[in-house]
Design a binder for this molecule. Structure first.
Ligand code: HEC
Ligand code: HEC
Ligand code: HEC
Length: 127
């Protein structure tokens, strides 16, 4: 009844066509426009290497929250071996001092909405 091969081929062509602008940019070595981020500190290193932070900061924050709230721990070590307090406000926003030009700018770009700051304090200078 169905010709699975033809259907699959059709779907592949369709997928190729709808993502054509993406492939075009990939081929030219360009992604879409990137948000301009202000890191907000003269420190050179994040808590983990940058690529890991980019991909996994949500999981890291989740882990910090569990360790603080459930296990009563307060300090952890960065991948560089420095001891830091596990605090969203004091540690993350201590370095990323302009939340609006860092966290918010990237989240707006990626259409991510956070509820964290309904409870957690944003230092004044970050607003
Ligand atoms: C309803 C209020 C509320 C919301 C929303 C909330 N938190 Fe919290 N969070 C708390 C409270 C209360 C504590 C415990 C504070 C303490 O023990 O120092 C806490 C602790 C934490 C901690 C560890 C200590 C600290 O001060 O940072 C982290 C990390 C954390 N939350 C991350 C998050 C993240 C990430 C989000 C959003 C995804 C979030 N929280 C949303 C109330 C909230
Ligand atoms: C000691 C200062 C410092 C602290 C504390 C810090 N960061 Fe960073 N963070 C940096 C620096 C510096 C970079 C950029 C490194 C680079 O350019 O390679 C960075 C990069 C990042 C990136 C990747 C940005 C990109 O361009 O993709 C994210 C996401 C991030 N940080 C989130 C966080 C979060 C969330 C916390 C708290 C858990 C945190 N940072 C704590 C200094 C810090
Ligand atoms: C390079 C871009 C980028 C930067 C910079 C960035 N984020 Fe994110 N963040 C994301 C993306 C993308 C997601 C959604 C990821 C997903 O859903 O898997 C996200 C998700 C999160 C989440 C989980 C939200 C949820 O409700 O599940 C938290 C918490 C968070 N970011 C906190 C921060 C904080 C705090 C900063 C600044 C210190 C920051 N992020 C900076 C890109 C970024």
């Amino acid at each position: 009844m169905y010709d699975a091969g033809k259907i699959l081929f059709g779907l592949l062509v369709l997928a190729g066509l709808t993502t054509l602008p993406v492939w075009y940019n990939v081929a030219r070595g360009k992604a879409g426009p990137q948000p301009q981020l202000t890191v907000g500190t003269t420190e050179k290193q994040c808590v983990l290497p940058t690529a890991e932070m980019r991909a996994g900061h949500m999981a890291l924050l989740d882990e910090w929250r569990t360790r603080v709230v459930r296990h009563g721990e307060h300090a952890t070590r960065t991948s560089g071996g420095r001891e830091v307090r596990m605090s969203l406000t004091n540690t993350c926003l201590g370095c990323h001092a302009q939340k609006d030009q860092f966290c918010d700018r990237c989240h707006d770009y990626a259409a991510v909405k956070l509820t964290c700051f309904e409870c957690h304090v944003v230092p004044k200078r970050s607003k």
